[in-house]
Design a protein around this ligand. Structure first.
Ligand SMILES: [Ca+2]
Length: 265
């Protein structure tokens, strides 16, 4: 959720807003009509049969809208934030995860330049290493946010992204994620999942609920955001800029850098 502002600048689709754009709404009342209108836009953006079917089946996501309207602004100090998010536990578990699977993380660093600590810290922070990846149906959540008038422009490209992910077999109507449609081990928004997803297992499918695909996709995202292999990632060092692209909150960015360094020690 914190990531949304940062990602606003990295929307992956350019959809022409025309007079025919579907009309947003602030209650469930217009949702069915909107879906019919939006299906035309989605089709123009390249969504095929399975994605359009998922759109038709999408339900108005009441819990998502409630969460979206109740977002609190973020005022923790770095120290408090790290305490609340269990940084010490993430570091301790992260070191064990790295020690258990050194070849996997070494291979990711060879390919993308991103060290294990950064990927593991993000994984720990986003979902407690896959322990909780959300309980909201992604397509319904993201389509509802695209329909809702509050931030329609931001979410429309992610809704289209989610429908294309359905077309490609990465997700289905039933796939669960966070309340704003973030999916998988590291909670990509759907449009970013589509752009940066990597099939690292080689089974022909980008599966963000598979740790191999998810971690490679995360490394690929950071690399695409300018990660420089072998350079530092603390504040003031070259790769901190890439971490900033992951999440807009400065305490989150600094916490990731600190935890990553401790895991990489
Ligand atoms: Ca795969």
């Amino acid at each position: 959720m914190l990531r949304l502002t940062a990602l606003a600048s990295t929307a992956v689709f350019v959809l022409t807003t025309s007079a025919s754009a579907a009309t947003c709404g602030n209650t469930s009342a217009g949702f069915a009509t909107w879906k019919t209108e939006f299906a035309k836009e989605a089709k123009r953006a390249g969504v095929k049969g399975p994605g359009l079917e998922a759109l038709a089946q999408a339900q108005y996501a009441t819990r998502t809208i409630a969460a979206d309207r109740n977002q609190k602004s973020f005022k923790y100090s770095l120290q408090k934030f790290m305490q609340v998010r269990g940084a010490d536990t993430i570091v301790a578990q992260g070191r064990k995860r790295k020690a258990r699977n050194p070849k996997f993380y070494a291979a990711l660093e060879r390919q993308y330049g991103v060290p294990a600590g950064v990927l593991i810290a993000i994984h720990g922070m986003e979902t407690a290493f896959g322990g909780f990846m959300g309980d909201s149906p992604i397509v319904s959540a993201i389509v509802t946010l695209a329909y809702d008038c509050r931030r329609s422009d931001f979410f429309v490209p992610h809704a289209v992204g989610a429908l294309i992910l359905v077309d490609r077999g990465s997700i289905t109507s039933a796939t669960l994620g966070a309340k704003h449609g973030e999916l998988g081990h590291t909670q990509f928004l759907p449009g970013n999942a589509l752009t940066y997803g990597v099939d690292a297992t080689g089974d022909g499918r980008v599966d963000f609920y598979n740790i191999t695909d998810a971690m490679a996709s995360t490394a690929n995202y950071l690399r695409a955001k300018g990660w420089k292999p072998g350079k530092g990632y603390q504040p003031g060092e070259p790769n901190f800029a890439a971490i900033k692209q992951w999440n807009a909150a400065s305490v989150y960015q600094e916490a990731i850098a600190i935890m990553a360094a401790r895991i990489d020690q």
